[in-house]
Design a protein around this ligand. Structure first.
Ligand code: AMP
Ligand code: ZN
Length: 469
């Protein structure tokens, strides 16, 4: 197996060589828990869930450690709790639970410390304040950070290679900063590691530190949690491309500043934006759709997951109703294939040519395209039954690998307008119409079925075979 990833740090597609193949380590920035996850948040979670599954497939589940944090201390959280008139803890507990429910509906693997199933850790920022303080102390000692007006600030100028990830050079940063600069900063680009608490802050977001009561900056949270679970050097760091600057740049500066000689993450992977009419889906723009909204409208989690994976992970994905319709049609098609087959005693092939797409910078849409071609091929064979079971088995194994086709066909089609019973009833009505030589009615029924994605193949004896196409 030869995995390749586009590494943002080197700006090229590279052969992935883990630091230790017995413990492949990945960290991904998780949600800030102040409101329902929208589809943009979900894209990031689903993409790295597939990457985690792929790493487990390649290296063995027991040889992969994946950490995706929960940010449960942040200004946005304080503001949302105040607005709702509840405590910060009540808010973050509720929103974390929502996040778990929504992601489970999208077949995202939960936290697990069961080695045989892979190690997925979901650390909460508030449980790691002591580690953050330790790193900040190291930074002060290493003269990378300073205390000013109750804050601890990272000194950007102390790191000559600041900008290594985003390609931003310090001079550009200086001329680009138009916002009012706090007087206590030595340099406008210095960022907060620790900040003092406002008098009115809720006690659950106030922590003791050597610099007084306060709370950590956002960036230091991820440095502390990734180093704690994965070490000072680890393999992959992921997140949305909006996080590349300043968040990830600052994570690198802090981590390498605290532990000189380490490189922090060796491969940086960034997912592209989910957009609406070309604009990033975000809470602040108000153009967001939550996962919960869609599930509540009866859209199946697998349909949403398929839609989120239908475009290459690092390209923009524009969300619209047609994308959802097409995703549902594709899943109907694949479940329809499973329905026709008997895979209980069949060996499918995890054929090289399909897994190659995933190995090649996680090219999921190319793999889905191959599986469509494979299924189309078997449907068009004159004597298809011989091959049908094998192909169905192969399709199921590949789709399972990326967290799709996890239901039985009966579960999938249950309650749908075009479930088997309804289709058969319409086919019977058409047979009756043909017997009565009512060709117009027979054609009308054929068209109605076609509109539902059902294709008929008339047999010489007057009956019809059918499939979802
Ligand atoms: P947040 O809750 O805003 O901190 O975001 C959590 C994760 O979702 C981060 O990895 C973001 O980069 C990602 N994210 C937020 N909005 C989008 C979007 N429209 N498209 C893709 N990823 C996004
Ligand atoms: Zn982060």
């Amino acid at each position: 197996m030869t995995l390749t990833f586009y590494n943002t740090l080197t700006r090229k597609k590279e052969l992935f060589q883990p630091l230790d193949a017995n413990n492949v380590r990945m960290y991904v920035c998780g949600p800030t828990v102040y409101g329902r996850a929208h589809l943009g948040n979900a894209r990031s979670v689903v993409v790295y869930d597939v990457l985690y599954r792929l790493l487990m497939h390649v290296y063995g589940a027991e040889h992969v450690t994946y950490a995706r944090n929960i940010t449960d201390v942040d200004d946005k959280i304080n503001a949302a709790a105040k607005e709702r008139g509840i405590t910060i803890q009540a808010l973050t507990t509720e929103v974390t639970q929502w996040f778990h429910e929504d992601m489970t509906a999208l077949n995202v693997l939960p936290a697990s410390d069961n080695k045989s199933k892979g190690i997925m850790i979901e650390p909460k920022a508030t449980d790691h304040i002591a580690s953050m303080i330790r790193i900040i102390e190291r930074l002060i000692k290493n003269e990378k950070a300073y205390v000013a007006a109750g804050h601890v600030l990272f000194s950007v100028k102390s790191m000559p290679n600041y900008g290594v990830l985003s390609g931003r050079v310090q001079e550009d940063l200086d001329s680009g900063s138009r916002v009012k600069v706090e007087s206590y900063k030595r340099d406008p680009n210095d960022f907060v590691l620790w900040k003092p608490t406002d008098a009115e802050d809720d006690a659950s977001s106030v922590f003791d530190s050597p610099w007084g009561k306060g709370r950590p900056g956002w960036h230091i949270e991820c440095s502390a949690m990734s180093i704690e679970y994965l070490g000072q050097d680890f393999d992959i760091h992921g997140g949305g491309s909006d996080l590349m600057f300043p968040h990830h740049e600052n994570e690198i500066a802090q981590s390498c500043g605290a532990y000189p000689g380490s490189k922090f993450a060796h491969t940086w992977v960034h997912n592209g934006f989910l957009t609406v009419n070309g604009e990033k889906m975000s809470k602040s723009l108000g153009n967001f759709i939550t996962v919960c909204d869609l599930l509540g409208k009866g859209v199946k989690g697998e349909v949403i997951r398929y839609a989120l994976l239908s475009t290459k992970y690092n390209e923009p994905l524009d969300w619209n109703d047609k994308l959802l319709e097409d995703s549902k049609k594709s899943l109907d098609y694949f479940y329809g294939l499973l329905k026709k087959a008997d895979i209980t005693n069949t060996e499918g092939r995890l054929a090289e040519e399909h897994i190659k797409s995933l190995e090649d910078d996680l090219n999921i849409p190319r793999m889905l395209g191959h599986l469509h071609i494979l299924a189309n091929g078997v449907f068009s064979l004159p004597d298809r039954n011989a091959k049908l079971n094998e192909v169905a088995h192969t399709v199921k194994r590949f789709m399972n690998l990326i967290g799709l086709l996890t239901m039985t066909p009966n579960e999938w089609f249950k309650g749908m307008g075009n479930d088997d019973a309804n289709v058969q009833a319409l086919i019977n009505a058409r047979i009756d119409a043909k017997k009565a030589k009512n060709w117009k009615e027979a054609d009308r029924i054929r068209d109605e079925l076609k509109a539902q994605g059902i294709l008929l193949e008339d047999r010489p004896d007057g009956t019809s075979d059918w499939r979802r196409g």
